[in-house]
Design a protein around this ligand. Structure first.
Ligand code: AFP
Length: 314
């Protein structure tokens, strides 16, 4: 188990015990636990999904699968009465929703079910959560105090960080999240790459970087689900995930607030890094809910090498 917070060989450690031992403050511990529990309800929805389009469109004009809406409702309702959340922002909501009295400590960002278009091919999907203490807009990701993601795959796993390392838990048959990877650490350099967008739409400098990785023998691992693709880089302890700027979409596809900031927080806690090709993701100011951003995230060697190519230094 490596240098853990304490010797877990004597007993299995569930999520609440781990956070308590890691010194996570009480309200944040309870909030992370409540969100992790919500993953069970979302998973149940996935299993009963009838793949019917909800007939709604989200604010980006994308058809919302009924699953997206269900996952969003489950999360929002669960957090509404938590006593810890004053505001909730989600990819499925047109604006920030006030769900508390205004005095609660935390602002939650959510991508309730990322990769929902993969449900019909039975591929893994995920929930991405960012937990902010103070205000979010006009600030970089430094306002985040914790982040977590839940992967709905052959197993349901949850990775969280509250600023004291990144740790993975597996949901067991008893419905308990049990520690599986403590203090996940990325190697300086990995051996897999995961990349989005069409080759014909890539910018020349991005294409040159991909050709470098291919010449170096990196293995392509891409499912089309941001959460499982990022999770693979994390759990395999190295590599890089990229969704670049495209010729017609200079900001790429993925959303800074809901997808990139939480994953950047976790990846940095695991010794990795995340950049838009020039600046750190967590240093970028969030101006609006829909803000998109190119992403290069994973081991330091690969991200730094990407920046060299993108800045014409190679
Ligand atoms: P959906 O939520 O519509 O399935 O999109 C998933 C996603 O936002 C993200 O999870 C993937 O990394 C990315 O899109 C895949 O995009 P491409 O289909 O363009 O590769």
């Amino acid at each position: 188990m490596g240098e853990g917070i304490c010797d877990y060989t004597k007993f299995s450690v569930d999520l609440r015990r781990h956070m308590w031992m890691a010194g996570v403050e009480t309200e944040l511990r309870r909030l992370i636990w409540q969100i992790a529990v919500t993953g069970k309800y979302i998973s149940a929805k996935i299993h009963e999904s009838n793949r019917k389009l909800a007939g709604f469109q989200n604010i980006y004009g994308e058809d919302q699968l009924s699953l997206d809406r269900s996952a969003d409702e489950i999360l929002k309702n669960q957090l509404q009465f938590s006593g810890f959340v004053r505001e909730y922002a989600s990819e499925e909501q047109a604006q920030v929703v006030k769900i508390g009295t205004g005095k609660e400590k935390y602002f939650i960002t959510a991508d309730p079910l990322d990769g929902s278009s993969l449900v019909d091919s039975n591929l893994s999907m995920g929930t991405i959560i960012g937990i902010h203490h103070e205000k979010v807009f006009g600030e970089g990701g430094k306002t985040m105090v914790a982040a977590l993601y839940i992967t709905y795959g052959p197993l349901i796993t949850m990775v969280y960080s509250a600023g004291k390392g990144a740790h993975e838990f597996v949901l067991n048959r008893e419905g308990e999240y049990v520690l599986s990877h403590e203090n996940i650490r990325l190697k300086e350099r990995g051996s897999i790459y995961s990349l989005g967008g069409l080759r014909r739409d890539w910018l020349p400098e991005h294409l040159r970087y991909v050709e470098y990785l291919e010449a170096e023998g990196y293995k392509l691992r891409y499912s089309g689900g941001f959460v499982p693709d990022i999770n693979q880089v994390l759990i395999k302890n190295g590599g890089i995930f990229m969704y670049p700027a495209l010729k017609k979409e200079p900001k790429g596809k993925l959303r800074l607030l809901f997808e990139l900031q939480p994953m950047a927080f976790i990846m940095e806690q695991a010794g990795g890094c995340a950049s838009n090709g020039v600046e750190d993701i967590l240093s970028l100011k969030v101006e609006d809910l829909g803000q998109r951003c190119p992403i290069y995230i994973g081991s330091r060697f690969e991200v730094d090498k990407a920046k060299e190519y993108l800045q014409g230094k190679n």
